[in-house]
Ligand binder design. Structure first.
Ligand SMILES: [Zn+2]
Length: 203
């Protein structure tokens, strides 16, 4: 049984570039600059969408926190905020788009063997030496689907998270999920990304 497919260069490469152009332009505004990861993400999403075909509702899983989620958010209705995009912090350059109801999907990942034919891209993928991101982004675009593989997958149904009731933290007075106990995560010392700075308090 064939479980993965190599994507060959095809005459559609030019049309892909044309199709992605508006997203790449938006990507610069949204993402801040044209990063190789964003360009790669755009090419991955484009391929996954095409292979999945029209569906009523698609969901996404992204296997890295970096860059790729922004491409998914720009090119599909799935966002981190609406819950249709799940982000796994696995540090892997791969995405899956799947049918929300049927749970069948397309997982797109890097074909390392093919990527090695593009030394600049390989260096970037393997985090070797100094990277000229602009140059890498250009090369990724040039390589396009040539450096991708894909496979059909069946996504496990994830349990719907029940929203916990809220309680008021006895220390700071802000609401938080009761599952954390009486104190919120910050006041109980389990999470602390800030310290209160001096200055007037806006009440
Ligand atoms: Zn608190």
């Amino acid at each position: 049984m064939v479980t993965s497919h190599k994507v060959g260069m095809n005459e559609l490469a030019a049309s892909m570039a044309q199709r992605l152009q508006p997203y790449l332009e938006q990507g610069v505004k949204f993402h801040g600059y044209l990063s190789p990861g964003f360009v790669l993400g755009a090419i991955m999403v484009d391929l996954a969408k095409e292979l999945l075909g029209p569906r009523n509702l698609i969901n996404a899983v992204v296997e890295t926190k970096a860059c790729l989620p922004d491409a998914v958010q720009l090119m599909t209705p799935c966002s981190y905020g609406n819950g249709w995009m799940q982000v796994q912090d696995w540090g892997k350059l791969a995405i899956t788009l799947y049918d929300k109801y049927e749970l069948d999907g397309i997982r797109v990942y890097i074909n390392l063997e093919e990527a090695r034919k593009y030394p600049v891209v390989e260096q970037w993928l393997m985090r070797i030496g100094d990277i000229d991101e602009e140059k890498v982004a250009e090369e990724v675009m040039k390589a396009g689907r040539d450096i991708l593989s894909w496979q059909r997958v069946k996504v496990a149904r994830h349990r719907k998270m029940k929203k916990a009731p809220l309680v008021i933290c006895s220390s700071c007075g802000e609401t938080h999920p009761a599952t954390n106990g009486d104190l919120c995560l910050r006041c109980s010392g389990k999470g602390n990304y800030y310290e209160v700075a001096g200055g007037p308090v806006q009440e």
